[in-house]
Design a protein around this ligand. Structure first.
Ligand SMILES: *[C@@H]1O[C@H](CO)[C@@H](O)[C@H](O)[C@H]1NC(C)=O
Ligand SMILES: *[C@@H]1O[C@H](CO)[C@@H](O)[C@H](O)[C@H]1NC(C)=O
Length: 401
């Protein structure tokens, strides 16, 4: 910042005179700019100051250089070393107002250092000091979408997740409090909303900024047998093979039809999706990639996937095809971990949560909705892509989230 100007040689005297005047004007202007737009000021103020070769600027620059992200008020305060500065600043603020364009939208009136853009699911105590609340900050998040009838299965699964996991249960049957008979349940987060799907909960409660501290997010169904599964070891494999989106291999003896892709393979640690298989998958539309019953997302992949989940398409059908859009080289970053595998028990859960209509059983209505959603999702995605490419896209700007 400003170095290009400083390093330029200033030789002619009248030119440097002009520069001096301009610089003074600049400082003056810069200060006022700083007063009215605290965030804006730093480069502007720093630039003219750095033009004075004869003034010892180290002190000033030191003060200024560390406040890039702070408001100028901090700088001004330390400049003066005035203990009453806080009050004065307060008064100044009253008059001039804070406006920080680089803050999240809607929070521009706040001084940047007070802004917390992200959160977590860490439970805290009501007493003591905040920094003593947590003996461990779990780095992984596991969520199950559950009904109370599956309690024993979930209880068994919980033994496979270490203390490094935050547990979130989404209850679709409204029986959240009954789980308290399990010791682990007391430390879990329970979210209850009747008859909703995993993707509905995920969209509403797992915003990437809310689950920011977690390196991996498990979005699991309730009917999975975890006898041959250990979460820590699973993640070790995931890290070792650089998987962004993964799931455990499915035991071929699983009662439901299992696609070749997700079927557990013997004697290997993982197997990855290949381009040929994507193609295969596209041709045989009934076959789905990561049968989305036990996906595990890396933090980055989840940020993308969350944005792709549609608010109204709650069954998530079609998402599995689109997951690969969320990683740079899908054939390397999406895969199945074979050395830690699960059994899909295929217990119809949400199906029975449907509604009997026109002489048809509840699950038929649910199934119909699933395939309708699938078609709608495909169409939306196709239209969105068509739209993007037809308009002639400008290079992508990073928008923060
Ligand atoms: C939890 O995470 C820590 C740090 O990564 C690790 O040392 C420890 O072994 C983990 N706990 C279990 C039970 O694996
Ligand atoms: C994206 O960047 C280009 C060039 O950097 C700029 O002209 C354009 O206005 C930006 N678009 C948005 C939406 O910020």
């Amino acid at each position: 910042m400003g170095t290009s100007i400083r390093s330029g040689n200033i030789k002619k005297p009248n030119e440097s005179m002009k520069l001096m005047i301009a610089t003074f004007a600049g400082i003056f202007f810069g200060f006022f700019l700083g007063v009215s737009f605290p965030k804006l000021s730093l480069t502007k103020v720093n630039l003219p100051l750095s033009l004075f070769p004869s003034v010892d600027l180290t002190y000033i620059e030191e003060k200024y250089s560390k406040i890039e992200t702070n408001s100028i008020w901090d700088a001004w305060a330390s400049f003066r070393g005035d203990t009453n500065m806080f009050n004065q600043l307060h008064k100044l603020n009253e008059k001039t107002k804070i406006w920080v364009p680089t803050n999240p939208r809607g929070a521009e009136r706040l001084p940047p250092r007070i802004v917390e853009t992200q959160s977590d699911f860490y439970l805290r105590r009501l007493w003591g000091l905040p920094h003593q609340d947590l003996s461990i900050k779990p780095k992984y998040l596991v969520t199950f979408t559950v009904g109370y009838d599956q309690r024993d299965n979930i209880d068994a699964a919980m033994k496979k997740f270490s203390e490094n996991f935050t547990i979130v249960l989404f209850h679709y049957d409204g029986r959240a409090s009954e789980w308290n008979k399990f010791e682990w349940s007391k430390k879990a987060i329970h979210i209850s909303a009747r008859k909703q799907t995993k993707w509905w909960y995920a969209k509403r409660f797992l915003h990437p900024d809310i689950v920011a501290p977690y390196d991996y997010v498990f979005l699991w169904d309730e009917d999975l047998g975890t006898e041959h599964f250990d979460a820590e070891e699973y993640l070790e494999m995931v890290r070792k093979h650089g998987l962004q989106i993964s799931q455990p291999g499915l035991d071929p003896s699983s009662s439901s039809f299992t696609w070749q892709m997700t079927r557990k393979r013997d004697g290997v640690e993982v197997h990855k999706m290949t381009e040929a298989r994507i193609y295969f998958c596209m041709i045989f539309k009934i076959l789905r990639f990561v049968e989305i019953m036990a996906p595990v997302f890396s933090k980055d992949a989840w940020r993308c996937v969350w944005h792709m989940i549609q608010n109204d398409l709650i069954h998530g059908w079609g998402l599995d095809f689109a997951l690969r859009k969320c990683v740079e080289s899908p054939h390397e970053k999406i895969g199945v971990v074979d050395s830690q595998w699960i059994v899909h028990k295929s217990i119809p859960s949400l199906g029975s949560q449907g509604k009997a209509e026109g002489g048809r059983s509840p699950w038929e209505g649910v199934r119909d909705r699933c395939s309708k959603e699938w078609a709608m999702f495909k169409e939306r995605m196709a239209n969105a892509e068509k739209d993007y490419f037809q308009r002639g896209h400008t290079p992508l700007n990073s928008t923060g989230t």
